[in-house]
Structures are given as structure tokens and as C-alpha cells.
Design a binder for this molecule. Structure first.
Ligand code: FES
Ligand code: FES
Length: 171
């Protein structure tokens, strides 16, 4: 299925930027979206495709709130352009599970109370899924080290670590 999508916000601009059609496959659905070439993947997801589960924290690659999976590998979506991902499978937090069918990580975050405000949580879960896909994390130290790019201003690290450890240990 292909969906034609327009910008979410209709604020007046002095001169419209040059746009082109960008084709993105997100959570298994093909989208066509009109974007300026410099639009980040994060802005494409949030502002044009209304997938607001992915969060914008720093917008500079320093907090991990915007983490998504591209072909199973975790990346900071604020640091990459949407147009670079036309041939990729992009997975956001919305694609990992649903309210009625949580993924193992999503359920573990609930079970371990691994959040307070929840703003960092989608990025934490996508990053943890990428970590599991990598198959490199085997110890608490590994998880701490390899998740160090995902910051939590609420300091919910104890719960986050417990949740990720539980799922890693089941693999
Ligand atoms: S918003 Fe992308 S790393 Fe902070
Ligand atoms: S739960 Fe609030 S920033 Fe992590």
C-alpha cells in the first residue's frame, strides 16, 4: 500500500523549499512523501508521517531519543537524511509491538517500571532491540556500555537495565 502524505503543520513560510518524492518503507508500509532533500529521517517520521513515537531530544546525536532500526540496525534518526533510506526497511517503536501485543522488550519495560516520564523510552527500546539483534551483549557491563548512547533524564537506568537484561538473557 502506498500513502501520499502532506506536511503536518501548515505554518506560513516565506518561500516553499524545493521538494521531491521520497519513498520510505516504515513498519512494513510503503509511503511516498514530499520532502526537501535536507529533511532528516526523524523529521520525516514525526512531522510528515505522524509517527510521533520516535522522539526528538537533542537533535544532535547526543541523547538517543530518536533511535530507530534501519534494516535491523539501530541509528539516530536525527543524524541521517530521509532521502538516504529509500531502499531500507525502517522500524520505529510503533512497528515493534502494539498496545494489545507488546514486544518482549516493551513488556519487560512495563514489568520493571523502566521509565518515569517515558520520553526516552521509545529510543531505549529500539536501541535495546538493535543491541539484541547485534548479539554482542552478554553481561550487565556489556548492556551498560552498549546502551550508553541512550540517555534518561529521569534516571530510570536501574529499571532499564533490568528490562534489557531479562530479554537478553532469554535469547
Ligand atoms: S534527538 Fe537524535 S540523538 Fe538526540
Ligand atoms: S523516563 Fe524520562 S527521560 Fe527516561
Amino acid at each position: 500500500m502506498s500513502e501520499q502524505t502532506t506536511p503536518a503543520s501548515g505554518g506560513a513560510v516565506a518561500a516553499p523549499p524545493p521538494v521531491g518524492t521520497v519513498r520510505l518503507t516504515i513498519n512494513g508500509t510503503a509511503h511516498e512523501v514530499q520532502l526537501a532533500p535536507w529533511t532528516t529521517l526523524l523529521d520525516a517520521l514525526r512531522e510528515y508521517l505522524h509517527l510521533t513515537g520516535t522522539k526528538k531530544g537533542c537533535d544532535h546525536g547526543q541523547c538517543g531519543a530518536c533511535t530507530v532500526l534501519v534494516n535491523g540496525t539501530r541509528i539516530n534518526s536525527c543524524l541521517t537524511l530521509a532521502v538516504m533510506h529509500e531502499d531500507d526497511d525502517i522500524t520505529t517503536i510503533e512497528g515493534l509491538g502494539s498496545e494489545d501485543n507488546l514486544s518482549a522488550l516493551q513488556q519487560a519495560f512495563v514489568d520493571h517500571d523502566a521509565f518515569q516520564c517515558g520520553y526516552c523510552t521509545p529510543g531505549q527500546i529500539c536501541s535495546a532491540q538493535g543491541l539484541i539483534n547485534e548479539g554482542k551483549a552478554h553481561s550487565e557491563h556489556d548492556i551498560r556500555e552498549m546502551m550508553s548512547g541512550n540517555l534518561c533524564r529521569c534516571g530510570a537506568y536501574v529499571g532499564i537495565l533490568a528490562a534489557v537484561q531479562e530479554v537478553v538473557n532469554k535469547k
